[in-house]
Design a protein around this ligand. Structure first.
Ligand SMILES: [Zn+2]
Length: 416
């Protein structure tokens, strides 16, 4: 019977359509109330939304259960795998895929070993003090709703900080200046998966970079502009032009504009400065920011699913909306909230440093210095971090309290 089709009369097709989508167009004279009811556009949209909502909750539940059972089966193995995946995403692996970490006896690791335990003790005391303050307010019946919520966060932080060992850090051999207990330059909130661990880029101590040359001489190793920067050796000079050998053979002529020299710039120069950076990261843990941003993404995606299910997903407008939904969530919710988190972490970090005995008056100057090392030129609205001016202003606002705390603890120490 190949090639032959049973012809269907147009009237029959209309009738079929009426049954399937419930328009009842073929027998409009005899519509039944049940179809009328079902035809209500808003009812159908509400049903679709709740169906998709329920579906996304189920998918989330399955993922959550699988994750929990993975962790329970072998917690250490889970942490190891997560850490390796994270380090790979940071380009902290060599050509063979091995993670590049700084040696135990390196100056960088020694510095973190000196500073982190002091900060952890101070962070624990800071959380206890904040929790006690709210607890007192609750006892006196003066606590607000948001304070009660803060208390829950602080109680989670107390548990996390109690179990955070003095060895809960990794110094990763990466040439960019970052440290994170949550990833500041990425939206992916990876580190709620790896609590009690701060990842320190070796680049916060010093960065290797290319600088404009000064005092050129024959025999000097330079980098010349070709496809990117290529290593070369200067062989002779004619006025301001230089002849340089690329690799083994090719000779090129270049001016100083197209030449760079390798330069190592020191960023963190002392324990006070390192404490400012690590204190900021511990403050993220105190406020549970990583966990909160995970919640924001989950809500944003669920909302997107429900919205798309209410609106007709066949139109071009909706298609475009779907494409843009990630960007809308990112710029409307995640980034602005992330920038608030940074300000909060700066202020709490300053308190933690002060409590640990590091002078908070050094923070604003260091913030300017730190900003000059970062080549992130994206405007504030597109960045996870607020502008340097905004952060310095916030630090200045938090400084008075921190100085008071610093002086109290200095005085207390003198009596010990
Ligand atoms: Zn941060």
């Amino acid at each position: 019977m190949a090639g032959r089709r049973m012809p269907l009369a147009p009237a029959a097709l209309r009738g079929l359509r009426g049954i399937v989508i419930g328009t009842g167009s073929a027998n409009s004279g005899a519509r039944r109330p049940i179809w009328e009811f079902w035809n209500n556009r808003w009812l159908r949209r509400a049903l679709r939304a709740s169906r998709i909502g329920a579906l996304s909750v189920s998918i989330f539940g399955v993922g959550y259960t699988t994750g929990v059972s993975d962790v329970l089966a072998d917690p250490q193995d889970f942490r190891q795998k997560k850490a390796t995946a994270l380090l790979k995403s940071m380009n902290a692996t060599d050509a063979e895929g091995h993670v590049r970490l700084c040696e135990d006896h390196s100056e960088e690791v020694k510095a973190v070993k000196r500073v982190l335990p002091r900060l952890l003790r101070a962070a624990r005391a800071q959380v206890d003090a904040l929790a006690e303050e709210i607890f007192q307010a609750i006892q006196q019946g003066e606590a607000t709703r948001s304070q009660e919520k803060d208390l829950e966060t602080l109680q989670r932080a107390q548990k996390r900080l109690q179990g955070w060992s003095d060895h809960g850090f990794l110094v990763v051999d990466v040439n960019t200046p970052n440290a994170f207990a949550r990833r500041p330059n990425s939206i992916a909130p990876v580190t709620p998966m790896l609590p009690r661990m701060v990842f320190v880029h070796r680049g916060i101590f010093w960065v290797d970079g290319l600088a404009r040359p000064e005092g050129l001489q024959v025999g000097k190793e330079v980098y010349v502009r070709r496809d990117g920067w290529q290593r070369a050796k200067l062989v002779s000079q004619h006025q301001d032009q230089w002849a340089a050998i690329l690799g083994d053979s090719e000779t090129v002529t270049v001016g100083p504009e197209d030449m760079r020299v390798r330069e190592r710039r020191q960023l963190v120069e002392n324990d006070e400065q390192l404490a400012m950076l690590l204190g900021h990261e511990l403050a993220h843990a105190v406020h549970d920011h990583g966990y909160e941003s995970l919640g924001i993404w989950t809500t944003a995606y669920s909302l997107e699913l429900v919205l798309l299910s209410i609106l007709d997903p066949s139109g071009m407008f909706i298609f475009l909306l779907e494409l843009a939904a990630g960007a809308i969530a990112r710029y409307a919710f995640v980034l602005p909230l992330g920038r608030c988190d940074e300000m909060e972490a700066d202020a709490t970090g300053l308190q933690i440093c002060a409590r640990a005995g590091y002078d908070p008056r050094l923070a604003t100057e260091f913030m300017e210095r730190f900003a000059s090392f970062q080549d992130d030129r994206s405007p504030t609205w597109a960045s996870t971090h607020p502008s340097t001016e905004g952060r310095i202003k916030a630090l200045k606002d938090a400084e008075a309290d921190a100085i008071k705390c610093f002086q109290e603890h200095q005085a207390a120490r003198r009596w010990l």
